[in-house]
Design a protein around this ligand. Sequence first.
Ligand code: DAT
Ligand code: MG
Length: 148
Amino acid sequence: MEQTFIMIKPDGVQRGLVGEIISRFEKKGFYLKAMKLITVERAFAEKHYEDLSSKPFFAGLVEYIISGPVVAMVWEGKNVVLTGRKIIGATNPAESAPGTIRGDYAIMVGRNIIHGSDAVESARKEIALWFPEGVSEWQSSAHSWIYE
Ligand code: DAT
Ligand code: MG
């Protein structure tokens, strides 16, 4: 089954949105396979966002990500990468639909509270970067109630 990397950014942690965000992925039927609260160093944040290093907002983005603890997670399920992006909503909260996490809880693109991998390949890279120790192998006893 597919896995994705989801990170609640420092503003999501500071604003007390951790439980609400986790709840949305849990209630959907996705499985939590790894999770940690961690404050990352500058070089690590630069590595995570290396594809955006030429963007004018890169420096500010890195400052934001290292400004406090984040909650790093791995979620698993059928099509979890694409569906996770839909649950999160558009990058700019001004364009995120109501009902999405960013649409419901954020206003500015530079304070959009959550990250989600944009493709299966980037998810694989991000999970390896954030969880070099590996993820849990547990299986949900609700599986046959979620999948036919
Ligand atoms: P996403 O987080 O939706 O995958 P992205 O990978 O294009 O979006 O950009 C990563 C983060 O960078 C994004 O969540 C917020 C910030 N960002 C993107 N575009 C921006 C912009 N035009 N101005 C300021 N910050 C931006
Ligand atoms: Mg992205």
